[in-house]
Design a protein around this ligand. Structure first.
Ligand SMILES: [Mg+2]
Length: 368
């Protein structure tokens, strides 16, 4: 496969997720589609909102903010790369990276160990409605306590796409050396994604969707031109793999499959997107956010803009359903197919693209 296409897909997934996050963030807590329409017009929010953002120093941002979803996603990427560079198990390196994100949220960063350069970026240190479950679980980890929260919130799912992007890519050694052509096994990728989510979300429906998303994105990154049929076969293969990897979680896997199949059955329904999406759920929990993203991805498989708009215009957790849809569909269409107006208005666009390229290269390079 053409290496440049693979790089484009990795950029597409990471930047695409951030676009969905930033599009959904201003409407996450509005609470109803009617309320979104009252603020943004008849078709809801359709462009990144760059009009209302004040910075802590009193200045005004002319970009649409990313939220905790993208912040944590970037730390997942840093953790994975640190795992390789420091010879640590990915789960632990990712957990350390999340602790560094936690420090950025409580203002402790300057006095602590730093392995993730991303934490030096000012925008990463702003609090953007961080999830309580993540904050509480990471505080427990930091204090050496056993965490058991039984949460199935979508906070594990919305941040773990980098596991697939990193694991799926054929990487070359630096220029002049023999191509390495290394690739991680897909089952390892699924399990690392599950482990990364489970750090903060311990109900099976808090981490199984993360493994399934990783499985799909891994396959998409390796297929130059995936069709909807390919996509559905990856989904089906993903469930089968989960059943092999996690036989004790059969009931939760069945529940996840049931909701996703409902979402797929609605793709051809004549009802409106808002009606269809709200009948799947609100997306605050992992299985609903995943199924809503699957609906938007399959319905608008070749139209990133329409998928983004559908994915955030509902009463529920818009930034996370937008982020997950963008992570998945971005790996289908690639970075070049994401409309320029989304890229131009996105906060930290260049930094996010830089991290995507680090995942592609398999090596951390600091963004200057
Ligand atoms: Mg958020």
């Amino acid at each position: 496969m053409n290496k440049n296409i693979q790089q484009d897909k990795i950029r597409g997934s990471l930047v695409g997720g951030a676009v969905g996050d930033a599009l959904g963030y201003p409407v996450e807590f509005i609470g109803s589609y009617m309320g979104i329409k009252q603020r943004y017009g008849e078709h809801g929010i359709t462009r990144l909102d760059t009009t209302q953002w004040w910075l802590p120093d009193g200045g005004k941002s002319n970009k649409a903010w990313i939220s905790d979803d993208t912040q944590m996603t970037l730390f997942t990427a840093c953790g994975l790369l640190n795992a390789k560079e420091q010879g640590m198990a990915p789960k632990y390196a990712i957990c350390y990276a999340y602790i560094e994100w936690y420090f950025t949220q409580i203002g402790w960063r300057s006095s602590r160990r730093r392995d993730c350069w991303i934490g030096d970026v000012p925008e990463i240190n702003y609090r953007r409605a961080p999830g309580n479950t993540c904050m509480t679980a990471l505080k427990d980890v930091l204090e050496g306590k056993e965490t058991y929260n039984n949460s199935k919130g979508c906070g594990g799912l919305m941040r773990t796409a980098p596991v697939a992007l990193y694991g799926a890519v054929w990487r070359d050694k630096p220029e002049g050396e023999t191509p390495e052509g290394r690739i991680s096994d897909i089952k390892d990728v699924d399990m690392i994604a599950a482990d990364a989510a489970e750090i903060t979300h311990q109900h099976p429906l808090g981490w199984l969707p993360s493994a399934l998303e990783a499985h799909i994105i891994y396959r998409l990154v390796q297929n130059e031109n995936p069709t909807v049929e390919d996509f559905l076969s990856y989904l089906s293969e993903g469930y089968d793999t989960l059943e092999v990897l996690y036989p004790k979680e059969f009931d939760s896997i069945k529940e996840l499959r049931r909701l996703t199949e409902k979402a797929l059955s609605l793709v051809d329904s004549p009802a409106s997107d808002i009606g269809n999406i709200e009948s799947i759920g609100e997306g605050w929990v992992g299985d609903e956010a995943f199924a809503m993203a699957i609906y938007c991805t399959v319905k608008y498989f070749n139209d990133f803009e329409k998928a983004m708009i559908a994915s955030v215009n509902h009463q529920g957790d818009s930034d996370s359903t937008g982020a997950v849809t963008g992570n998945i569909l971005g790996a289908v269409v690639g970075y070049e197919a994401i409309p320029q107006f989304f890229k131009e208005d996105l906060e930290l666009h260049d930094v996010i693209r830089h991290v995507a390229d680090d995942l592609w290269r398999g090596k951390t390079t600091r963004y200057v």
